[in-house]
Design a protein around this ligand. Structure first.
Ligand code: NAD
Length: 433
């Protein structure tokens, strides 16, 4: 099939590249010429394991190309995939400027019938708006389908090639058949729905996962007070098939470009139809507060943070990604600075992106984990990169000026800590030292 993908972010680029690897002819479009130039040179503007090799392979095979010329690129395709960003507005609603803008550009360019497949996460009713735009601006018949994306950053290629399910919301039989044909090599689990239900499935899924995280974090907070161990509690819960073990890892809360914005957007979607989504509002509030436990624990150990040197390991919102959008590390570091501390930060991949968010004289960006921890008054582990797991607590103690370790991701075990003098705080586990 011939596909054009609009937007070469985490979703658009990975989808385009994976579809080309399945034998489709794919043109990827982005407004940002610097991104497209990088891609044309075989470089990848985002960090995503396995992506670079696939880009190289499929570009060489002549199935994959990159351009900034949307109007030319859309002529090539049977199916046009919308994968532009839908960030949060200040009030939490999804900003539809990019998606409606892209749809308008397509409508003004096409010279024949097309299928529009929306992968961006959009509020219920948006695909109808897109369809209306096409009716107003173009004489060519266009079928619109909502095909929300469920990939996870850090394992985006694997997730795209092995999806749990594909959801296709469309009223068009022709679109349904073509989109089914496109996805058949990936999975038999294709659920066909109406457009509004498909849009809602995406928000409901992310809101549910966020709820699981906030739930286990609240259980962790209670565990700390009653002397139970949340890792054992989660394991015991997870064996129950009705609950499942995933997303029951206590920590410093969720972040990233999806859960924070999609939970806020769903609260707004509900609000627009006079429904107060009380449960989800609490999920968001719990998540916001959870990250401050790091500061509270530091204050318990160090009392006053003013003038202290605090090492931070991990700036990305999770391992294996360079994405720092809504990363808990941002608010934690901002709080440390507010308390008068200075920060030495290290991340294996995400430092350049984080520095764009926070360029501050009291934040030193280090080039190794050791450099960050050396002579600090405490170390906070905020992202569970395997590189950090490989450092022994004894080594951490040797590097620090004072033996204080706040483990926001429960990376270290009791056995590993046993032979150290570290004052160790994790999440929802009894104090081990
Ligand atoms: P992103 O911000 O990384 O990338 C979006 C890209 O679209 C940017 O490169 C931007 O320049 C480009 N763009 C915007 N308008 C354009 C236009 N008119 N023409 C050409 N290019 C244009 O976004 P993302 O993280 O890939 O997310 C895209 C959508 O997918 C969002 O709705 C998001 O909620 C959803 N989603 C994201 C993930 C994820 O893990 N990132 C997972 C599932 C769903």
């Amino acid at each position: 099939m011939k596909l054009t993908v609009i937007g070469t972010g985490y979703v658009g680029l990975v989808s385009g590249v994976c579809f080309s690897d399945l034998g489709n002819e794919v043109v990827c479009v982005d407004k940002l010429s610097e991104k497209i130039e990088l891609l044309q040179q075989g470089e990848v503007p985002i960090y995503e394991p396995g992506l670079k090799e696939l880009i190289q392979k499929n570009t060489e095979a002549g199935r994959l190309s990159f351009t900034t010329d949307l109007s030319e690129a859309v002529q090539h395709a049977d199916i046009i995939i919308l994968a532009v960003g839908t960030p949060s507005l200040a009030n939490g609603e999804a900003d539809l400027t990019y998606i409606l803008g892209a749809a308008q550009e397509i409508a003004l360019s096409i010279k024949g019938p097309k299928i529009i497949m929306t992968k961006s996460t959009v509020p219920v009713g948006t695909n109808e708006k897109i369809e209306n735009q096409f009716k107003q601006l173009s004489v060519h018949p266009v079928a619109v389908a909502s095909v929300p994306e469920f990939l996870r950053e850090g394992s985006a290629v694997r997730d795209t090639m092995n999806p749990d399910r594909i959801v296709v919301g469309t009223e068009s039989e022709a679109a349904r058949q073509r989109i089914e044909e496109l996805h058949r090599p990936l999975t038999d689990q294709i659920l066909f729905t109406d457009v509004r239900s498909a849009e809602m499935i995406k928000y409901a899924s992310n809101a549910f996962l966020a709820t699981k995280i906030s739930f286990i974090n609240e259980i962790a907070n209670i565990c700390e007070k009653v002397g139970a161990d949340v890792t054992m509690v989660a394991e015991g819960m997870g064996y129950d098939k009705r609950i499942g073990s995933s997303f029951l890892k206590a920590g410093i809360g969720y972040g990233g470009s999806c859960f924070p914005k999609d939970t806020q957007a769903l609260i707004q979607i509900a609000g627009h139809v006079d429904y107060e989504f009380k449960l989800l509002k609490s999920v968001v509030e719990v998540n916001r507060d959870q990250r401050y436990n790091v500061i509270r624990k530091l204050e318990t150990i160090l009392d006053d943070l003013s003038g202290k040197s605090i090492a931070v390991w991990g700036l990305a919102f999770k391992p294996e990604t360079d994405d720092v959008r809504d990363s808990p590390a941002f608010e934690i570091i901002a709080s440390l600075l507010h308390c008068g501390a200075s920060v030495k930060a290290y991340d294996p991949i995400a430092t350049p992106n984080f520095r764009k968010l926070l360029d501050h004289s009291k934040v030193e960006y280090c080039s190794s984990a050791q450099e960050a921890a050396q002579n600090a008054d405490a170390l906070c582990v905020l992202t569970e990169w395997s590189e950090f797991r490989a450092v022994s607590p004894a080594m951490i103690q040797a590097w620090l000026r004072r033996p204080n370790l706040i483990d926001g991701r429960n990376m270290y075990s009791e056995e590993e800590l046993a032979n150290t003098e570290l004052i160790y705080y994790s999440v929802g586990r009894p104090n081990m030292n």
